[in-house]
Ligand binder design. Structure first.
Ligand code: ATP
Length: 336
């Protein structure tokens, strides 16, 4: 079988003295959905742009299906990029936008329009083929941008924050569409996002970056259930980082139990209570609540996610003292 893996080998990008990507190694299996995830400035866009050929690496190489593509032109690499701003040509119809790259390659009108129509069908945009981009919604423009990127028949589709310009409702709808297209096309997707929710929903391989390095790479479940460092535990959310005599541990918010003071556990005080429907989020702080100190930073506190029925049977109030417990098996030791 043909190998279509995408490999990054010691890939680095420096801008003057600033290190955007610090020499990363990553292998993305052919046909997988990979999300590069991390906070602003962690180097994910620079990584994507080096894969696309829009940025020259300072060091290292990009290998696709066994072929080194590091220094090839974007159009020669077997990758295609879908940009954050969809960048459609405003004066061309939807059909001509999609067929554009084929026109540049000198492919005949009938052949290129047939392929463009097939792709418009895939993204459910056939009825809009003769519209101009200005007469489309954000979600529709995005579908056209995707069809246009697919026109070059890439092995790898690169997506730079594809959902960030959409409203929350449309974002969830498009997330399902991306999943479907990925399944139907069977090609590798590499998707940059700063949203852990988006990455967990979509990716078979979640790559969390921090300060130009890969902090952890694995399945969504791996990363969620076994965060390697405090950074990952905090970034992925729904975890508490707790200092214990044997080191810092991560404990999921839904695995924290709250009991009466005087029993076992860490003495904490309830800082705030947020009703969330099926669960209640109880925010906790160490020590006694000092008058007027609502501003201990997010790192100072913890959260217990209590099922609603359990909470309502024994409601808690801000200011109340409780004991916080967890099972040994639910505490994951974190690397420093
Ligand atoms: N052209 C440039 N010149 C100088 N520094 C740059 C340039 N592009 C990016 N950087 C720096 O490199 C680092 C990584 O940037 P990059 O855009 O890859 O991060 P990112 O994780 O994609 O962030 P964001 O989510 O904000 O786009 C940042 O500190 C950024 O300021």
């Amino acid at each position: 079988m043909e190998r279509t893996d995408l490999e990054l080998v010691s890939l680095a990008k420096h801008y003057g003295d600033a290190v955007a990507v610090a020499g990363i190694d990553l292998k993305i299996g052919g046909g997988s959905y990979c999300c590069l995830l991390g906070p602003s400035g962690c180097g994910k866009t620079s990584t994507l742009r080096m894969i696309a050929g829009h940025e020259e690496p300072t060091e290292g190489s990009v290998v696709l299906a066994g072929r080194e593509i590091t220094h090839l032109e974007p159009a020669q690499r077997g990758t295609a990029m879908m940009f954050q701003s969809y960048a459609l040509f405003p004066h061309l119809t939807v059909l001509d936008n999609v067929a554009f790259s084929a026109r540049m390659k000198g492919i005949g009108k009938a052949a290129r329009e047939q392929r463009a129509r097939e792709l418009l069908e895939l993204v459910a945009m056939t009825p809009y083929a003769h519209r101009l981009p200005a007469a489309l919604s954000g979600g529709q423009q995005q579908r056209v941008a995707l069809a246009r990127a697919l026109m070059t028949q890439p092995r790898v589709l690169l997506l730079d924050e594809p959902l960030s310009a959409l409203d929350p409702f449309l974002r969830i709808k498009m997330r399902a569409e991306l999943q479907r297209w990925h399944r139907e096309l069977g090609m590798t997707f590499v998707h940059v996002t700063h949203s852990q929710e988006e990455a967990m929903a979509l990716a078979d391989l979640v790559v969390v970056m921090n300060q130009g390095r890969i902090e952890q790479a694995g399945t969504a479940r791996d990363v969620f259930e076994r965060p390697r460092t405090a950074f990952i535990a905090r970034f992925i959310g729904a975890h508490n980082v707790i200092e214990t005599p044997s080191g810092a541990v991560a404990v999921r918010s839904d695995r924290i139990q709250l009991g009466a003071t005087g029993g076992p556990g860490m003495a904490v005080s309830v800082r705030a209570v947020e009703y969330q429907g099926s669960h209640v989020q109880v925010h906790l702080a160490s020590g006694a609540p000092a008058a007027g100190s609502a501003d201990d930073g997010p790192d100072m506190g913890w959260v217990a996610l209590v099922p609603d029925a359990q909470f309502h049977a024994r409601p808690l109030e801000p200011g109340q003292r409780v004991a916080m417990n967890w099972h040994e098996a639910d505490a994951h030791l974190l690397q420093a």
